[in-house]
Ligand binder design. Sequence first.
Ligand SMILES: *Cc1c(COP(=O)(O)O)cnc(C)c1O
Length: 229
Amino acid sequence: MIDTAQLAANWAAVLGRVDEACRAVKRNPADVTVLPVSKTFGVDVIRAAMSMGLRRFGENKVQEIKEKAEALGDDTIEWVVIGHLQTNKAKDVARLASEVQSLDRLELADALHRRLESIGRRLSVLVQVKTAKEESKYGLPGAELPAFLDQLHAYPTLRVRGLMTMATLSEDPDEVRACFRQLRELRDQCEAKGHVLPRLSMGMSGDFPLAIAEGATEVRVGTAVFGKR
Ligand SMILES: *Cc1c(COP(=O)(O)O)cnc(C)c1O
């Protein structure tokens, strides 16, 4: 059973916390978007979220997007890929996704571009940068970002809009915040070189107020909206 009232209360609470985090650092809450992350939750939950007006959902598995998109049969939904992407998924992503936030290598850009070109679509992308210390975290090393952004000019179907990161999992807020700061500083350095990167997707249920303090324009929130996975 989906508790739609609970879902609505969770959503309102997250928006309230975003507001509060913005006010604390004198930012305008209208400059921060919340991306609800629906991974592992079924289409009944997504329908309930849609009844609240939500249309854009973060997912980390292409297969899951495929199954949910088929089951829902509603092409007003915007699927945002936030998980590590294998190159062999490029065909489905090109067809189904409205955005990829986990672009982290040229081989993937190349595969996406070829698929997008063949179906005449464009795709919004964020480059995922590795700011966390864990080996297991994906993302392009920050030092490689300027050259990577230059190389992406060769792929006109990819609209590069900004950067994404996942912070270190840590009890120490300074350590987490340092990851977010690193992404913002990298963005500033690349913008000084002429790249246009207005969007910073950073912060999840456990750490989004810190990300907002460091300039996040989008926070990706799963657990705090939909509950434990
Ligand atoms: C699952 C996931 C999120 C949301 O995580 P929560 O802690 O549930 O809010 C955000 N970003 C990425 C890349 C994820 O995989």
